[in-house]
Design a protein. Sequence first.
Length: 142
Amino acid sequence: MTQYVLDTDHLSLYERRHPQVCDRILRSRQNLTEHLMVTVISVEEQYAGRLAQIRKASTSEALVAGYRRLQLTYDLFFNLPVLQYDFNADQKFHEFRSMGIWIGTQDLRIASIVLAHEGILLTRNLRDFEKVPGLRIEDWSV
């Protein structure tokens, strides 16, 4: 079984109906040997963005749109398994930091979770994630 883990950028592309990403996700969901997942870090990032939109809404239209996007995000995560940031992932995170791998903290946490679960990360951010040893990466947006 292949575990594909959507990075936050691929989640955003999916939400915006990116044709290649949507097509590949649809094919993956039809394939019984492939499983799509997200990390709890991506959940945090997506919800933080939605809540920030709601807090800064200055019109009724913006507030309604913000809550609609929050609901859509909830619905999306309801249908995807969420991989946790556990002690194994935390250990990998600290090992990478001690090796001098300096990419964004949230990105390194995502990479650590994906490695701890032996998954393949779906992302466009090759520049940063390629710095993480052993991390398998695919970009479904091309």
